[in-house]
Write a protein that binds this ligand. Structure first.
Ligand code: SF4
Length: 359
């Protein structure tokens, strides 16, 4: 089991307070799947904000709605799912004639297959997936796939697109980019394929990069290389990153702000130091108790044994009444938590928690 390096509060300088410029606002987002067996409320009333240049980590167990939420932002929710309510406001900056203008586009209101959504997707908002083999076409060279994205969104010819693609492959640390560009995905290792995906996602210099478990399928060394590469490119290009993972070690390393999801809902959000040093929601506390932590004291008592979260994630067709976490919660109050939907409470400094214990 990997040990989690807990962020050190005094040395981390990036925080939500440093960033004033909003790039994405998700408000009251609901994405449901309409299946024969019933409706799966994969994302339910999700709200969060991303600042320009910030990394927001989305964390939770499998099936908590993280990936559907990411696909909602990209307008690529697979059928039979769809966004049924809410707004996804992308604050777009444009430079023309020496001045910068800003407009706000509601991605949730756009036709997912329409020209506006397609123009933004892959250009201003890009995504890197967990397993590049399923996202890269096996019958086209990686160069052709990167060039396709460049030709679609930038005013360059094929020669220019190839030059940009080679340059991107070089920047993501691909060995021999002038030769590798003509390779097919099956000719590359897992780490090289993920680098090719990142090169493709960054080739148009997006404002937001969504990374959905981008390093889960990689060995620890390659994972560390890819994470440090993403941070480097973020500093260089100034993009925001929405980092989706179930791995709290990756969150500690990458995120400025963390959103914890359970059964489609946000149950807690806070800056990374607060989340690791002063977690409030029993689910967040259970997640942290279930992993080994390096270099931290108290809050979750590292002297005690590691404990797994009891029970399993409930069936998505029959979400428990009241607080959805109550069947697994050690602090559940009988007659309250199994009856009443807990409010989403604002504590301080942007720290929010959905739990009756803090009313
Ligand atoms: Fe636990 Fe009740 Fe809080 Fe839900 S509302 S997390 S069941 S204490």
């Amino acid at each position: 089991m990997a040990t989690v390096p807990v962020p050190s509060a005094p040395t981390r300088t990036r925080s939500i307070a440093d960033r004033q410029d909003v790039v994405l606002e998700v408000k009251g987002l609901k994405t449901h799947f309409f299946l024969q067996q019933g409706i799966v409320r994969a994302v339910e009333n999700v709200d969060f904000t991303v600042m320009r240049g910030q990394t927001v980590g989305i964390v939770g167990e499998s099936g908590c709605g993280k990936s559907v939420m990411a696909r909602s932002v990209m307008s690529i929710v697979p059928s039979p799912g769809r966004i049924v309510e809410g707004e996804i406001l992308f604050h777009r900056m444009r430079e023309a004639n020496g001045s910068t203008t800003k407009d706000v586009i509601d991605m949730a209101a756009l036709d997912p297959k329409g020209p506006e959504a397609r123009a933004i997707r892959g250009d201003e908002i890009s995504m890197v997936f967990q397993e590049p083999m399923t996202s890269l076409s096996p019958v086209h060279t990686i160069g052709n796939q990167i060039m396709e994205a460049i030709l679609l969104h930038q005013e360059v010819d094929k020669v220019g697109a190839r030059r940009i693609a080679i340059n991107m492959l070089e920047r993501v640390g691909m060995p021999y980019p002038e030769r590798t560009i003509d390779r097919y995905p099956y000719q590359l290792s897992g780490g090289m394929r993920q680098r090719a995906m990142i090169a493709m996602a960054l080739s148009c210099q997006p404002s937001i990069l969504i990374a959905d478990e981008p390093t889960t399928a990689l060995d620890v060394t390659t994972q560390a290389q890819i994470l440090s590469l993403m941070k480097e490119l973020q500093d260089e290009l100034g993009m925001a990153i929405i980092f989706i993972t179930h791995d709290l070690g990756v969150i500690a390393q990458m995120a400025d702000f963390v959103v914890v999801m359970y059964l489609g809902e946000v149950v807690e959000m806070a800056d990374v130091e607060t989340l690791f040093y002063d977690p409030k929601h029993p689910y967040t506390r259970s997640l942290l108790r279930s992993i080994p932590l390096l270099g931290r004291k108290s809050a979750l008592d590292i002297t005690s044994k590691l404990t797994a979260i009891r029970g399993t994630v409930p069936d998505p067709y029959s979400i428990p009444k009241g607080c959805p976490f109550h069947p697994r919660c050690r602090n559940a109050i009988k007659g309250v938590c199994d009856e009443r939907i807990p409010p989403f409470l604002e504590l301080e400094g942007g720290h929010k928690v959905r739990c009756v214990l803090y009313e």
